[in-house]
Design a protein around this ligand. Structure first.
Ligand SMILES: CCCCCCCC(=O)SCCNC(=O)CCNC(=O)[C@H](O)C(C)(C)COP(=O)(O)OP(=O)(O)OC[C@H]1O[C@@H](n2cnc3c(N)ncnc32)[C@H](O)[C@@H]1OP(=O)(O)O
Length: 216
């Protein structure tokens, strides 16, 4: 799949931001607030006497948003309108409260890199990141690395090795790089490291040059 107007390491300066950073718009600020709510709900005292009222208020906010939501088909067209850098995906999307969100930059050697600190909503083992969350983040990082490398595709296989538990509450650096292209098959590798360089998770992905058509 051609990467169209996507920046690549051959046509763009090092440090090019490859994801959509939060831009201070109302939707980004609302999404940031929703992330705080998810985190705070997990942290607040279970006996917090105001939780019944919190439930009522959050349901009222959800009803307001639903009342203003166009048909899903229409929203999907709108979401996929543009140059292809998404604002809604669950890893980098500033409009998606499930996304940490991770910001990725392109490096001159063809790799991509981003740093993120994950908190309780992403917990698996006590005090550490859920393995599925690590795989989700790395799958996306590899996808962005493919685009930066000049050849995008869909994940066919993601082989994940968990070297040591990945800590919450500390900056983690995620990297990915397109390694080779063989016909329609793209091999890409990446990892998650702690600030002192310890590898917690490494992945190798096989991507196949194919895409799902954008909604119109
Ligand atoms: C910038 C945004 C970043 C976003 C990153 C997010 C990435 C994603 O999450 S993508 C979503 C998850 N992935 C999917 O849903 C993919 C679902 N699967 C499919 O659509 C297809 O099966 C797909 C694309 C993997 C293969 O497509 P298809 O056209 O059927 O390929 P096919 O002709 O069978 O195979 C092509 C080659 O790949 C190989 N291959 C295909 N699948 C696999 C596999 N799972 N394991 C090993 N080899 C495979 C085949 O053997 C073949 O090799 P060769 O050319 O040497 O004979």
């Amino acid at each position: 799949m051609s990467v169209g107007t996507h920046p690549t390491f051959e046509n763009s300066p090092p440090g090019t931001v490859l994801t959509s950073p939060p831009d201070g718009s109302a939707v980004d600020r609302a999404t940031g607030a929703a992330r705080r709510v998810v985190d705070a709900l997990l942290r607040t005292d279970r006996g917090n006497a105001n939780l019944a009222r919190v439930a009522e208020e959050l349901n009222s906010i959800a009803e307001h948003l639903e009342e203003h939501a166009p048909a899903v088909a229409e929203r999907l067209i709108d979401m996929w309108n543009g140059e292809g850098v998404t604002r809604h995906d669950p890893v980098t999307g500033p409009e998606n409260a499930l996304a940490p969100p991770l910001v990725l930059e392109g490096l001159p050697d063809g790799s991509v890199r981003g740093t993120v600190t994950l908190t309780i909503p992403y917990q698996g083992p006590p005090g550490h990141v859920h393995g599925g969350v690590s795989a989700l983040l790395l799958d996306h990082v590899l996808g962005v690395a493919n685009a930066w490398g000049g050849k995008a595709g869909m994940t066919a296989q993601l082989s994940t090795r968990y070297h040591r538990p990945t800590p919450l509450f500390e900056p983690l650096t995620l990297t990915g790089k397109l390694i080779s292209v063989d016909g329609r098959k793209i091999t890409t590798a990446g990892d998650i490291r702690t600030a002192d360089g310890q590898v917690c998770v490494s992945v190798e992905g096989l991507f196949v040059d194919k895409s799902v058509p954008r909604p119109r």
